[in-house]
Unconditional design. Structure first.
Length: 86
C-alpha cells in the first residue's frame, strides 16, 4: 500500500518562503496525496518561486484547467481525413 501525506500537516517545508495573506475568499479542504506526487509538487513549486505547497498546487491546478479549456476550444481533428473519398 502506498503511503499518503496529508496536506497541511507540516507548518513549514524547507525551500518555501513566508506565507502571505489571501486576496479573496478562500475555501479549505483536506487533501490526501501520494508522497511521490507531493515530491513532484515540491520539484515544481520551489524552483518556480512558490511561497508554499498550497501555492504550487493552486498554480498546477489552474494551469491544468486552463490547458483543458484551451484544448476543448480547438476544433476536433479528423485523423482519417486523408483517406476520405468524395
Amino acid at each position: 500500500m502506498m503511503s499518503f501525506v496529508e496536506f497541511g500537516v507540516l507548518s513549514s517545508i524547507e525551500g518555501y518562503g513566508q506565507k502571505c495573506p489571501s486576496k479573496g475568499e478562500v475555501k479549505r479542504f483536506p487533501l490526501r496525496i501520494h508522497a511521490a506526487t507531493l515530491n513532484e509538487v515540491d520539484a515544481y513549486g520551489i524552483p518556480a518561486g512558490c511561497r508554499s505547497r498550497n501555492e504550487a498546487i493552486v498554480r498546477l491546478v489552474e494551469a491544468g484547467i486552463k490547458a483543458t479549456k484551451k484544448a476543448s476550444d480547438q476544433p476536433a481533428s479528423n485523423p482519417d481525413a486523408s483517406t476520405t473519398t468524395l
